[in-house]
Design a protein around this ligand. Structure first.
Ligand code: PLP
Length: 452
């Protein structure tokens, strides 16, 4: 074993590069070499790195109140953050629960959905089943992974703890529609599939349908086709099934609206949020519960039976609130939409004719390139080639380096390599150009090396 690190990294044989600092769009390696954070980590960094206002808020919050147990106490930061989040839904959602990671937020959402049926009058305790989508990733705890449909992330841990889960097709304009199938017919087919699945498992046992409005790391920034979520919501309503949106990656302004569902004309019963909530300054995520769920708990036991030691931590909430204030004051959600258009144009100019780029897709500042062996057949590369990871590595090695988020999707049993480009919302048009040029360099040298 050559690695010296005491940290248990993914690769036990090789220590990763050490990042010594960060500012704006840039990470800085310990040898001083800059790396453009072209994917904001995993679509986390939204106001850029090293913001002085957030630093000061963290320091003063720790001085004023470091910790109180939020099962028993309230504090201004968690109240103010939660109020800000409710307002950002135009009052369509009712209450907020803050935790430390997206996976915990997903587990909390699943438990809240289960509890909702226990609180109905009469209770429906048999409603324990979740339906998610093939290829999906909803987190790494056994609960969140248990509902995920991402085969390679699940397989080593199977059997998972959640046998009451099944999966339906994801909506993917690139790989989903059959030849000559119209968008309307495609949507109808997917809605029928959900309907049939609910019927198959028995509608009286289904708790919730879980989906990402724009699929993130699992498949690479896949938005749904128009009308898809309205059709899925109609099926949920037909059977009294809750709709949970996982916005851990695509939420908090990333797609050009504060919540991705605001572009779908559909309001979820529960949504999760994460990454962009704290912008990387603090580990924070959460759920936002809708009125139907909260009113049911209200008239039931009057309790949410779930809690964690570090829920709604004062410092974490204060930092996230400051990040959200900066986003509001600097109009960064609209900026994400506008810079997203610049990014889209430049990505298409750079990669539309690339023989190994099968699809360029995304929304707002959340874009991905999917790599294929053959554009005609859309055949993916052999996973053993590790195309996305090789591109990522090439990006880090060049100067300036670039961080591109690599992914290998496996929806519908297919392997597919993609990289995600999701820079902070503060990025300028010139920096977008630099990101695309650096991405092009990384892609070209990786593909050249792999296909030699
Ligand atoms: N849900 C989605 C859509 C994600 O992309 C992720 C993480 O990448 C999670 C949940 C889990 O979040 P975390 O890694 O913060 O636990």
């Amino acid at each position: 074993m050559s690695a010296k690190s005491a940290v248990l990294y993914r690769d036990l044989h090789k220590d990763p590069y050490t990042i010594a600092g960060a500012s704006g769009l840039y990470l800085r390696l310990s040898d001083g070499r800059p790396i453009m954070d072209g994917s904001g980590g995993a679509a986390v960094s939204c106001i850029g790195h090293g913001d002085e206002r957030v630093r000061q808020v963290i320091a003063s919050q720790v001085t004023q109140l470091d910790y109180c147990h939020s099962l028993f106490f309230s504090c201004d930061p968690s109240e103010n953050l939660s109020r800000t989040l409710i307002d950002s839904t135009s009052g369509n959602m009712a209450r907020v629960f803050i935790v430390n990671s997206g996976s915990e937020a997903m587990d909390a959402a699943l438990k809240l959905a289960r509890q909702y049926y226990m609180e109905l009058s009469p209770p429906q305790p048999q409603r324990t089943r979740f339906i998610a989508r093939h290829g999906s990733y909803h987190g790494n705890t056994l609960g969140a992974l248990g509902i995920s449909g991402h085969k390679s992330r699940r397989s080593i841990y199977e059997p998972l703890l959640s046998p009451n889960v099944s999966h339906v097709s994801v909506c993917n304009a690139y790989r989903g529609p059959e030849e000559q199938e119209t968008t309307e017919a495609y949507v109808e087919r997917l809605a029928r599939e959900l309907d049939r699945e609910i019927q198959r498992v028995n509608p009286a046992t289904v708790c919730a349908f879980v989906a990402e409005p724009v699929v993130g790391a699992a498949l690479g920034c896949v938005p749904s086709v128009p009308g898809y979520f309205k059709a899925m919501k109609a099926i949920c309503d037909k059977y009294g099934v809750l709709l949970i949106f996982d916005e851990v990656m695509c939420g908090m302004g990333r797609t050009g609206t504060m919540h991705a569902w605001q572009q779908e004309d559909v309001i979820p019963d529960i949504q999760t949020i994460g990454k962009g909530l704290g912008g990387g300054y603090v580990p924070i995520a959460g759920l936002i519960a809708g009125h139907r769920v909260i009113e049911t708990l209200d008239t039931g036991t009057g309790q949410y039976i779930h809690g964690q030691t570090y829920q709604a931590h004062p410092m974490v909430c204060a930092a996230a609130l400051e990040v959200q204030r900066i986003i509001e004051e600097q109009d960064l959600v609209n900026r994400a939409r506008d810079m997203g258009r610049v990014l889209e144009t430049k990505l298409k100019a750079a990669f539309a004719a690339h023989p190994q780029v099968g699809n360029i897709r995304g929304r707002g500042l959340f874009w991905a390139l999917e790599f294929v062996k053959d554009r005609e057949t859309k055949e993916s590369f052999d996973p053993a080639l590790a195309v996305a990871m090789t591109i990522h590595n090439e990006g880090i090695l060049q100067t300036p380096g670039i961080m591109l988020y690599p992914g290998t999707g496996s929806a519908d049993g297919r392997k597919g390599d993609h990289i995600i480009i999701a820079p902070p919302y503060t990025i300028t048009a010139e920096e977008v150009e630099m990101v695309v040029v650096a991405a092009q360099k990384a892609v070209d040298s990786a593909i050249k090396r792999l296909l030699q």
